[in-house]
Design a protein around this ligand. Structure first.
Ligand SMILES: Nc1nc2c(c(=O)[nH]1)N[C@H]1C(S)=C(S)[C@@H](COP(=O)(O)O)O[C@H]1N2
Ligand SMILES: [Mo]
Length: 516
């Protein structure tokens, strides 16, 4: 084989290494399981027939996962060599091979349970970097191999210059790949350490326990969001590129600003206070009608009003600016935090566990009835008592409304939009919410006809969503289902469509289905 073919093979492997290591690093920020190698590995585990799995386990024992990753690595290496050689000879077909392999890895990532469209990002970024490496290095290799050899000293000949150009590109690319690899290693270790600390924590029993979730609150219908959202599938929204890792023993919360008595509290002191438990449904103001930026959990925490009682806000204060360790801020009306009729807590627990790192470990705010951007500060370290006319917060600086009470809404979960269902009895089910008020009723209409009352599941409390179900006698054809809710004060959702900006979406969730 010619020298340049060897180099081309190396260039292919280098670009694959850059893709994988950069993709893996980006995945640590987006979602670790979206790493190209891990996603493809998990996907292969799902699709291989059982006998292959059994054979692998028999052959490799508990090393079967390692064997899988090694085989995948070898497969990638072979494809990488191919991509390098093809790119040298028939540019841009080598890049095309890389992109196709990337597309398969992306599809694998998106097929994972709980994946979102963001899971495409790590592989996309990885492939973009890899494609750049492949293009540039293969191009320089081509120039080098075509440069005429002359009698001038090697350093000055065009062959010498182009050789140096190629080797520089290789060195820079290898540096990028290695740096991404090292950064991933460091990040994984830090996350691991934070998780170890988190797992060792035993939260105290609540002084005021939430009543058990009534069995009748869960209709248990396939495809319907469960009434309590598991932590692993709880929506996540924040501006944090890397999830902050706070050592609870170093965590402190300061209450400052317009108060007569500044206070500071640490982790142990917080846990020693009488904690209360409450089920509250969080919602993001960006949630479109029918969207899934909403989740319900049982939170354990300490009422913020008790801490404010100790800090004694001055009479002219009307807002609390909460700040996260990463600088993110939210502005919450002071009266929502001092009102003893509203759940507003410094939460440390979520569904019986310490907060997951990405949901604000070790301490976050949870305020019933307010959108997350004005109340749900994760990784919270400071509460500044102030006034709306003196300070603004992260999202209010970016055009979102100063006040963010959650708007009543309802969603159809089953049947899913676009599906084909059999004529006859069809279960239509979903969730409805009007936090801090409570849902009184839900109605469904077919093809914009009359409204039918849905049956509500038992409500956990007024701060949580409620499931609903309606049985539809479906006739063949294309149909449109719509849902609207009424709150406990008699307000009903209006049909006018309103975009999420600046204070939350409005409108009736509409789902088209075909009945066969
Ligand atoms: N530190 C911090 N806290 C934050 C945010 C953020 O960007 N940074 N986003 C808020 C928004 S907009 C929402 S909707 C909720 C989402 O909480 P979750 O990710 O636990 O579901 O967190 C809030 N708390
Ligand atoms: Mo949000």
């Amino acid at each position: 084989m010619k020298r340049e073919t060897w180099w081309a093979a190396g260039v292919g492997v280098l670009s694959a290494a850059a893709s994988v290591s950069v993709g893996h690093l980006v995945a640590l920020f987006v979602a670790p399981a979206a790493s190209p190698l891990l996603a493809v590995g998990a996907w292969v585990i799902d699709i291989v027939p059982p006998w292959v799995k059994d054979a692998a386990i028999a052959l490799f024992g508990t090393g079967d996962k390692v064997a899988l990753l090694v085989s995948l690595g070898l497969l990638v290496a072979v494809l990488a060599v191919l991509a390098g050689v093809v790119e040298l000879r028939r540019s841009p077909w080598g890049v095309v091979i890389l992109v196709i392999v990337g597309a398969i890895a992306t599809a694998a990532a998106l097929s994972r349970a709980g994946s979102t469209i963001n899971w495409a990002i790590p592989t996309a970024v990885g492939v973009a970097v890899g494609a750049g490496v492949l293009r540039i290095t293969a191009d320089r290799l081509r120039r080098w191999s075509r440069a005429p050899s002359t009698s001038v000293p090697a350093e000055f000949s065009s062959a010498g210059v182009s050789r140096r150009g190629f080797l520089t590109a290789v060195a820079v690319s290898a540096g990028v790949a290695a740096l991404a690899g090292v950064a991933s290693g460091v990040m994984s270790r830090v996350t691991e350490a934070a998780n170890t600390v988190r797992e060792a924590i035993r939260l105290p029993k609540p002084a005021v326990a939430a009543p058990p979730i009534p069995a009748e609150a869960e209709l248990d219908i396939e495809g319907l969001a469960t009434v309590v959202t598991p932590n692993a599938s709880f929506y996540r929204i924040d501006t944090a590129l890397g999830v902050p890792k706070i050592d609870p023993s170093e965590w402190r919360l300061r209450i400052t600003g317009m108060v007569e008595n500044e206070i500071e509290i640490g982790w142990d002191e917080l846990l020693a206070l009488p904690l209360e438990e409450a089920a509250v449904t969080l919602t993001c103001v960006s949630n479109p009608v029918g969207g899934d930026l909403i989740g319900n959990a049982v939170w354990l925490g300490y009422p913020i009003r008790h801490l404010l009682e100790r800090a004694r806000p001055t009479v002219d204060a009307d807002m609390v600016l909460s700040r996260s360790i990463d600088g993110w801020t939210a502005s919450t009306p002071l009266e929502s935090l001092t009102d003893d009729a509203r759940v507003a807590m410094l939460a440390v627990g979520m569904n019986g566990e310490p907060l997951p790192l990405e949901h604000g470990f070790p301490v976050r705010m949870v305020v019933a009835g307010l959108y997350g951007y004005v109340s749900a500060t994760k990784w919270v370290t400071e509460l500044t008592v102030t006034r709306f006319d003196r300070e603004t917060a992260y999202w209010t600086d970016r055009g979102w409304a100063e006040l963010g009470p959650i708007k009543m809404s309802s969603r159809i979960d089953v049947p899913r939009a676009g599906v084909v269902v059999d004529a006859g009895r069809v279960v239509v089910a979903g969730v409805a919410w009007a936090q801090h008020k409570g849902i009184h009723g839900v109605q469904v209409s077919v093809d914009r006809g009359e409204w039918h009352d849905a049956r509500l599941a038992e409500e956990i409390n007024v701060d949580t969503w409620v499931q609903w179900v309606w049985e539809w006698d479906a006739e063949p054809g294309d149909h449109e289902l719509q849902v609207r809710a009424t709150d406990a004060f008699g307000g009903t959702q209006s049909p006018e469509r309103v975009a999420p900006v600046p204070d939350g979406a409005e409108g009736w969730h509409t789902v088209r289905v075909s009945v066969a």
